[in-house]
Write a new protein. Structure first.
Length: 507
């Protein structure tokens, strides 16, 4: 077995010999109207290279100006993560060449970040039930995003093997915050689950702050996953790899799990893990080598001479602290009591990424139990089948609340409601429009129901006889026959009542 192309060691076997250490770097695009250092718009999906100017293209003589709204957003993020806010900090130039860097350097922060020293509590399922772990935050610093390269003609979308490359600079200069954890050792087999839960919890916080749309599939939240392993009991940690730009919670977990198995195979074969960046391959669920991982000195950081230092006053920091909403963890504690949930119930909502969706559905008028039922049932199934996040499904909490209302009013039963949601997910319109177009309303006309009940009795005389003899449980078979005859559109409870009225045992 070659150390350069190792097999994968099974996960449990790898953990029996090696101890993993995790680190996560999350890049978040802020949802400001304009870019970090110029007035260009930041809307997603515009025609390539239409949202650019001399500043974000790095043209000679163009000078940057700090976006005050972005600074406020970053301070609020730092406060929500329990960080200290620097009373004085500045930007630096991070020098490296890549085609999507029009200036050949990135304006970032180096040794003087705006926020540092926070933490985030994360709950995950363990063999002993849900447990909370604290992940330390090393720093949160401001920087500008890069442009986006498109490599055309290859099989993988990477530059290797491509026929040519195109660059879109619309994204260059969009405000970014990078949130870097401290190394997380000692979690053993729970490392992949913690990585996923941490990014999910962070995403929920950012969404609650309304500072980013955190759309991982669009790249407004991207995660770099750092993993190292060392023999159990070793005095030093192993060399780490950094898997870049992982763009879904599921993939964060899979990338950690894969790297542990891959690195274990390298070490088992007598090789050495290279400190390098790697690329996540979504289709195969593997990582591929990128480039050797640079150290800080390789970037030749130096203070950015065209921007003044940042010195938020204590009064301004406290003013921004007062704008923080109820954060997700506090919200969940409150909901446990208000919705009478068990910790396992809440963990199921967290694991599915459904807390905010259920809250919004309840706010739109649905009872909490019904909102949970549909998001964790039919909609979670649809998300699993399509391999997408629950929040990315093309259905809104208001639409789910309307389906719940239609069921409560007797216009739909559960079977018909599932068909309505299926239509919403397929883009057929609003729930009421789908009910009308598909003819899905519950049959509640007494005359029509009576005819269907009479036909079921006539077609099943043996079952009808049992009911007359007092075997009420047998009514289920006739209810099923009526539901089949009405294509599931009858009111099952009313059908049962009609059957018993006709067939109930004599007084």
């Amino acid at each position: 077995m070659s150390p350069s192309t190792p097999d994968l060691v099974p996960y449990d076997e790898a953990l029996s010999r090696y101890e993993p250490v995790l680190g996560l770097e999350v890049h978040v695009e802020l949802s400001t109207a304009s870019k970090m250092f110029c007035g260009c718009p930041t809307g997603f999906g515009a025609e390539p290279n239409t949202q650019v100017c001399p500043v974000c293209l790095g043209l000679p003589g163009a000078l940057p100006v700090m976006n005050a709204e972005a600074l406020d957003a970053v301070i609020r993020i730092g406060l929500a993560l329990g960080c200290d806010i620097a009373p004085w900090c500045r930007f630096a130039r991070k020098n490296y060449f890549y085609p999507d860097m029009p200036k050949n350097f990135q304006i970032s922060q180096y040794d003087e970040p705006i926020a540092y020293g926070g933490s985030l509590d994360v709950m995950i399922d363990t063999d002993d039930g849900p447990q909370t772990f604290t992940v330390g935050i090393e720093r949160a610093h401001m920087e500008e995003d890069t442009g986006k390269s498109l490599h055309v003609g290859g099989a993988t979308g990477r530059i290797h093997g491509a026929q040519h490359s195109l660059v879109d600079y619309n994204r260059a200069g969009i405000p970014l915050i990078e949130i870097v954890t401290k190394p997380v050792p000692g979690l053993g087999k729970y490392v992949p689950e913690l990585a996923r839960a941490y990014v999910g919890e962070l995403r929920d916080i950012l969404r609650s702050l309304d500072v980013s749309d955190v759309r991982m599939e669009q790249g407004s939240l991207r995660c770099d996953v750092n993993v190292s392993i060392a023999p159990v009991g070793a005095a030093e940690w192993g060399k780490r790899t950094e898997t870049k730009n992982v763009n879904s919670l599921r993939s964060v977990e899979r990338a950690v799990r894969y790297e542990i198995g891959r690195q274990a195979a390298v070490l088992d074969a007598g090789g050495t893990v290279k400190q390098e960046t790697r690329h996540w391959q979504e289709g195969s669920g593997t990582t591929a080598p990128g480039r050797s991982k640079e150290e800080a000195e390789d970037y030749r950081y130096f203070p950015e001479p065209d921007l003044v230092p940042i010195a938020p006053t204590p009064e301004r920091v406290e003013e921004l602290r007062g704008t923080l909403p109820e954060l997700p963890r506090a919200l969940r504690v409150r909901l446990l009591g208000e919705w009478q949930l068990s910790p396992l119930d809440m963990q199921a909502l967290i694991n599915a990424g459904a807390v905010d969706l259920v809250v919004a559905t309840v706010a739109a008028g649905a009872p909490p139990a019904d909102a949970r039922k549909w998001w964790l049932g039919e909609l979670a199934r649809a998300a699993n089948e399509t391999g997408t996040e629950l929040s990315a499904l093309p259905v809104t909490p208001a639409q789910v609340a309307r389906v719940v209302e239609l069921v409560a009013d007797g216009a739909l039963n559960d079977k018909l409601a599932r068909q309505v949601l299926e239509g919403v997910l397929a883009g057929e319109g609003e729930p009421d429009e789908i009910v009308a177009a598909r003819g899905l309303a519950v049959v509640s006309d007494e005359g029509a129901l009576g005819k269907a009940v009479d036909a079921a009795i006539a077609g099943n005389p043996d079952v009808a006889g049992k009911i007359r003899d007092g075997k009420i449980a047998a009514a289920g078979a006739l209810v099923g026959a009526v539901m089949k005859a009405t294509r599931g559109q009858a009111d099952a409870a009313r059908v049962r009542d009609l059957l018993l009225e006709r067939l109930g045992p004599p007084e």
